[in-house]
Structure formats: C-alpha cells, structure tokens
Ligand binder design. Structure first.
Ligand code: KG4
Ligand code: ZN
Length: 340
C-alpha cells in the first residue's frame, strides 16, 4: 500500500560481479536481492565480459524478486535508481539501461548513484545513524579511501590508496597462498584459528592520510617463496598463522590512518564501509580503537558491506529528497569523480 507522501524507490546495482536489486520506502529497505556470479571463481578474478553476460541473464529475475519481496508493484515505484560509476563499463551498462528503460516506460524519474557514496551511506540504513560530520573508511575490492562526510551528498576524499586497494591486498595475498578468488573472506576465516603475531610484515611509511599496499604484497610473495624453498609444505602447515598475520597487518595499516584522520579533523563519529568492512578482524579492532579513542563507531550490517542495491536505494532516496535526478541520456562511467 502506498500514499502520496511515501517515496518508493527501486534500485539496481551491477558495477562488478553481483547483480542486485532493492526496494526502499522512505529510507527503509523493504527488499535487497543479491545474486553472486560464481562463474569467475575458476578464472581467479572477475572476467568483465562474463560479468556483463551474467548481469543480462540475472537482472530481470532479480528485479522481479525484489519487487515481490517488498510486496510492491512496478506501478507503485516513484523513481528508478542505478549505479552510474565507477565499475566495469559493460557491467554498469546493463543496470543503467535496465533502469532507464523502466524510467521511460513508467514515466518516473531516474536517479544516478555513485557506487562509493552508496557504500558510505549504507551506514544510514540501520536505525542508529551517524550524525554529520563523520569520517568513513571505505574499503572495497577497487578502492580504499578516508572520506569526510559533511552532509548526505557532500563528501570529500581526504586520503586514498596510491596503488592497490585493501580488498586487492587481501585477494592478492590469498592468491599467493593458492586460495581461490575472492580470497578476502577465506583469509578472514583461516585467521580465526591463527596467531596474528607469528609472522611480521612491515608497515609502509606513506605520508599523510594516503595508503599503499603494493609493498606488502611483494613482501608476502618473497616471504612465501623463501619459506617454501626450505619447506615445501610451509603454507599448508602454517596457513592459519600466515592468514592471521597478514590480516592483522592490513587492519593495522587501515586503522592507523583512520586514527590520524580523526586526530587531524577532530571528528569522532566514524564509520567503515565496503566489502572489506565485512572482515571480522577489522570490525573487532575498529570497535576496540573506537573505545580507546572515544569514538562513536558505525559498521553496516553484513549484507550491506559487500556490493548490494540497498545502499544504492538509500543514496537514491536522499537524492530524490534533494531533487537530484538524471537525464535519460546519461551514460555510466568506469571511472568517476565525486559527483554530488
Ligand atoms: O565492496 P565490494 O563487494 O566490491 C567492490 O566494490 O570492490 O568488495 C569486494 C572486496 C573483495 O576484495 C573481497 O575479497 C573483500 O571485499 N571482502 C573481504 C571480506 N569480505 C569481502 N575481505 C576481507 N575479509 C572479508 N570478510
Ligand atoms: Zn563495492
């Protein structure tokens, strides 16, 4: 049931290898359907062409299910939203074209959403929301940023990675250990049984609030090669401890910079977001640091950490309130500047 004061939005996310659709009404998520594309596992990473094809196959059933779960008809939708950037261009095109077609057919506005802004605003889905201004550490497979959020759509990147993203650091380390893609969740799993202080990996010395992970990756590669020369079963015999040590180092790199950002800005409302914010070590250490530093900490529920359309829907809701609509001629973009 709808009335004229309610705003119901259907959102689509297709930037990488998850096809997702969500319905949100007045900022409340009614459904969030996510289909993971397993086809990429055997290639050790996402194959863009296969991702586009899988999105094409998945998108209609995923959208239908999102409407069904939300108990909404297409006629009750007030606006159609999609991820405009950044991401794999062929994958983005599928979601963009689908949302545009719906907008045209139903004669309802179109809303273009920046994927990284959406990761950050996933922190506004739970009932307890951060007050502005807040800082957000966004850690995903493609990005690592510290963002100063002054308002719903007013955000400034104050630190970012100079090379690999935190998710890549997890995934590339996992690959060196012979684990399948995406390795981040597996490193998390094996870490639970491991000793994080068993092996020492050095912390890169990078100025300011920026990050670098490529040196760590090379360090891990040499460390594994050297030890395998001495003992060919080294990985097998030490997997849990290696994973725990890698995870501890990545988490420390992230949180040391976040602490610095809080000290520099004086902001103590702090969020994390993105796929890597699902990491149990990061979540625990973040909360611990929050207690020590007097922060108010916010972490999105698990289902809103990795790619999902609920975060696109919540961002679109605030864009709707601001009257921030897109033209039907808009195209997606693989890379994108911050668009507020
Ligand atoms: O946000 P996301 O789903 O996609 C991008 O926008 O990139 O993030 C995916 C990344 C992958 O690198 C994946 O390995 C990592 O998030 N990831 C994790 C965990 N769950 C997902 N990394 C560490 N621990 C996890 N539990
Ligand atoms: Zn993402």
């Amino acid at each position: 049931m709808t009335n004229e004061f309610m705003i119901t939005i259907l959102a689509i996310e297709s930037s990488c290898d998850e096809t997702s659709a969500a319905v949100c009404r007045d900022g409340e998520i009614l459904s969030n359907v996510i289909v993971n594309q397993t086809i990429h596992e055997k290639y050790g990473g996402v194959v863009p062409e296969l991702a586009s094809r899988a999105h094409l196959q998945n998108i209609l059933p995923v959208v239908k299910e999102a409407l069904l779960k939300a108990n909404c008809s297409l006629q009750s939708i007030d606006a159609f939203a999609f991820t405009q950037a950044p991401g794999l261009i062929g994958a983005l095109l599928v979601g963009a074209q689908f949302a545009k077609s719906l907008s045209l057919a139903m004669d309802k506005p179109l809303i273009a959403v920046h994927h990284l802004q959406a990761h950050i605003l996933s922190n506004l889905i739970p009932e307890e929301k951060p007050d502005f201004p807040f800082l957000c550490l966004t850690v995903s497979g493609g990005h690592t940023q510290i963002v100063l959020c002054e308002d719903f759509l007013k955000m400034k990147v104050i630190g970012q990675t100079l090379d690999d993203a935190a998710g890549e650091a997890f995934d590339k380390s996992a690959k060196i250990l012979g684990l399948p893609y995406p390795g981040g969740p597996l490193i998390d799993k094996y870490s639970q049984e491991g000793d994080p202080n068993k092996f020492k990996f050095s912390e890169p010395q990078i100025d300011g609030l920026d990050f670098s992970f490529s040196g760590l990756k090379t360090g891990i590669l040499y460390f594994i090669q050297d030890n395998k020369k001495k003992n060919e079963n080294f990985i097998y015999e030490n997997l849990n401890d290696i994973c725990a040590s890698i995870q501890q180092r990545i988490v420390a790199i992230l949180l040391n910079k976040l602490k610095k950002a809080s000290e520099q800005t004086g902001i103590k409302n702090i969020c994390i977001a993105g796929g890597v914010s699902a990491n149990s070590g990061l979540r625990a250490s973040f909360n611990e640091m929050g207690l020590q530093c007097g922060w108010k900490t916010f972490i999105p529920p698990f289902e809103y950490c990795t790619d999902n359309a609920a975060m696109i829907a919540i961002t679109a809701y605030y864009k709707y309130l601001a009257g921030n609509f897109a033209e039907l001629s808009i195209s997606p973009s693989a890379r994108a500047e911050w668009n507020d």
